[in-house]
Structures are given as C-alpha cells and as structure tokens.
Design a protein around this ligand. Structure first.
Ligand SMILES: Nc1ncnc2c1ncn2[C@@H]1O[C@H](COP(=O)(O)OP(=O)(O)OP(=O)(O)O)[C@@H](O)[C@H]1O
Ligand SMILES: [Mg+2]
Length: 360
C-alpha cells in the first residue's frame, strides 16, 4: 500500500500542506527545523491514530491554533481515505475512514507504516517499554485482534494493580489472575512468533549494511520465564504473589517483558557502539517492514527519518539498495549519495519550496 495524497492543516509547523506522493522513494530535504520530521510524524499519526512521540497528541496542534487535521489518501489493494482531527484543549481525537467515524482499533492497519529514526535510540538504549512498543505497534497493524487483546489486557492489569493495593484482597484476585493468564498468554505467544520471524531478516539486513562481519540477534525475554505461556505465567504469578502484594503491582506478564538485542553475542544496550546501535535499530525496522509485508500481503510505507545522517556514503548507498520495494519517505538535510533519481520534496519553514516559489 502507499500514500498517494497527504493534506495537513495546522499540524506542527504546517499551516496548510497538500502534496501528491509517488509510490517509490521520495526524498524530503531541507535544513534543520523546517518540518521534515513533522511531515513523517503526520503520516504516522493518521495511520496509527496517535503521534509516535508518547503523550504528544495535543502538541501536534500548530502553535496558536485549536485543531490539527491530517488526511491521507491510501492506494493499493484497499484504497481508502483516512482522517484524524486533534483538538488542543480537550486532547480529543476524531478519526474517520472513508468519511465514517471509527475508533482507533478500526483505523489500524489501513495504512501500515514503519517509522525508523532518532527515536529508535530509545528502543535500543531505553527502558523495556520502548521495545515493547515496537512489537505492539507492529502487531496491532497486522491484526485487530492483537490490538483488542492488548487493550483488554492492559485494563486487567490496571484493575488488578488497584486490587493489589487494597488491604488483603484475598479471593477477589482470582478472576483477575485468570484473565491476566489468559490474555497475557495470547499476547506473549503472538509476540514470540513475531520476534522469531524477525530474527532472520534483521540479521541479514544488519550483515549487509554493516559489511558482513557482525551478527545481530533478537530474542523475546518473558518476565514469566520459559515454558508454555499459560503455565509459565500462572506459575510465576503464584511464586510472586507475596511480592506483588507488598509492591501493589502486577509483576508478571507481557507488560513486563522485553526484547534482547545483541551483536556478536553482546547486549547492544550495554555494549554496542553508537554505529552498531544505529545500524541494528535500522535493521530491526527494515525487518519489521518485511514481516508486515508477509503478514499483510502488501508493503507498509517506510518512514525513514534522518537515518542517513550517521552513515558514510558507501553505507548510504547500501541502505538505498535495501529499501527498494516499498514506498519510502526519506528525510535528510541534503542530497545523500545515490539520490539523483529520487523525487525530491524541499521543505522550508513548514511549506513546500515549490509552493513558496509560486506565491505572489
Ligand atoms: N505544535 C507546533 N506548532 C508550530 N511549530 C511547531 C510545533 N511543534 C514543533 N514545531 C516547530 O517545528 C520545527 C521542527 O520541525 P522538524 O522537527 O520537523 O524539523 P526537521 O526539518 O526534521 O529538522 P532536523 O533536520 O533538525 O531534524 C521547530 O522549529 C519547531 O519549533
Ligand atoms: Mg528532523
């Protein structure tokens, strides 16, 4: 699938933008702070029903304005029109598909996207939550049932935590334990399969971009330990009951799981060089795109924000070879090696240079 037309109104530093896009690689170029990343953020926001930056939804409304609006015309096997409007004061979001109001769960997957960029530093080096978000965002786009199970599961965890903080919750916990095991096991099982499938393409991409002498690996780390998901979570819950009561929090389940990313056997978070971390993050995202394509039968749109910046010209050229296939929106502060034949959008202060030039 690909994004054929994008319309922005009062989104970040864009007052108004209307742009038609091609289905190949488009270079979005311009000096710092012109709106290149904001453009990719708008595509992510209309595709996933929220900004990729955590808790930033109301921040996307242009300074001094009340409401941001994004509209995306999607082409591919299922052409459709997606819209999102975000109200600054209330933070309320309204989403529509082909003119009909929908909930977030009904929006997901209609414009599948994979975003790679500076925020991935957090995926590699940050807390486990940022790595879980990679899996949850990808799987929610692949399957509505994953998203609904996740939403229900997180509600169960909140309710259960509430109970755990009460004095002597006793037998009242049992039904919540059952639900945590049931829903949690379904999520872990799906995530595990995804991560197992991710490992090979991630390793291959990493080897190609790094020149072949590094072996990357990805593994799912389950807070409940090994074993059948249901049994492992049930057992771990029983074992940690006293600690859970003491701390007033659910300590086992997919909301506590993690991904282990390593190169040549060493944990990237602790031991990776910046270049290794950068290449691994990019390889992980490219592998994610490949899996989404397998699951959805169509390429997702690749949003590559500033990923060229840390690469030397030969790695830039290698990367451009890696991204043949999907529609790619690629930001850069200039023209990277190998970009001669790309469509170029020049962005200056929240506008297309060609629009600025056309103004009287
Ligand atoms: N809600 C908002 N309203 C208006 N302007 C905003 C808003 N949020 C961010 N901006 C402006 O957007 C600009 C940054 O845009 P963006 O991050 O897209 O830059 P960029 O072109 O990607 O630059 P770089 O090359 O440095 O990554 C900043 O000048 C910032 O002040
Ligand atoms: Mg940027």
């Amino acid at each position: 699938m690909w994004l054929a037309e994008l319309r922005l109104r009062d989104f970040r530093n864009y007052a108004t933008l209307d742009v038609a896009l091609g289905d190949g690689v488009t270079l979005i170029e311009g000096p710092n702070a012109q709106g290149k990343s904001n453009l990719l953020e708008s595509v992510y926001t209309v595709a996933l029903g929220r900004s990729p930056r955590v808790n930033a939804d109301a921040e996307v409304v242009r300074f001094g304005q009340d409401r941001a609006y994004v509209r995306a015309a999607v082409r591919g096997a299922r052409p459709q029109l997606l819209e999102i409007a975000i109200d600054r004061a209330s933070g309320e979001k309204r989403m529509r598909v082909n003119g009909v109001a929908v909930q977030r769960g009904q929006l997901l997957g209609r414009l599948a996207v994979v975003l790679a960029g500076p925020a991935d530093d957090e995926v590699i080096r940050g807390a486990p939550a940022s790595r879980r978000r990679v899996l949850d965002a990808a799987l929610s786009q692949v399957s509505p049932s994953y998203y609904f199970t996740l939403t229900r599961y997180l509600r169960v965890v909140r309710q259960r935590n509430h109970l755990l903080r009460r004095a002597a919750p006793g037998p009242a916990l049992a039904p919540w334990d059952d639900q945590l095991v049931e829903l949690g096991a379904a999520l872990v099982e799906r995530r595990r399969r995804f991560v197992e499938a991710l490992a090979r393409p991630a390793r291959e991409r990493h080897a190609r971009i790094s020149g072949g002498d590094e072996v990357m690996d990805v593994a799912y780390l389950c807070s409940a330990g090994e074993g059948g998901e249901r049994e492992a979570i049930g057992r771990a819950l029983a074992a940690r009951r006293a600690e859970e009561l003491r701390r007033g929090a659910s300590l086992v389940g997919p909301h506590r799981d993690d991904l282990r990313l390593s190169v040549n056997g060493a944990d990237l978070r602790a031991f990776g060089s910046r270049g290794q971390q950068h290449t691994a993050a990019l390889s992980l995202r490219l592998a994610e795109a490949e899996l989404l394509r397998e699951e959805l039968g169509e390429w997702p749109v690749l949003l590559l924000d500033d990923v060229m910046a840390d690469l030397d010209p030969s790695r830039q050229a290698l990367l451009l070879r890696e991204i043949a296939g999907p529609q790619v929106l690629l930001t850069h502060t200039g023209r990277p090696a190998g970009s001669a034949r790309m469509r170029v959008l020049s962005i200056r202060a929240g506008a297309l240079l060609e629009d600025l030039g056309a103004r009287p």
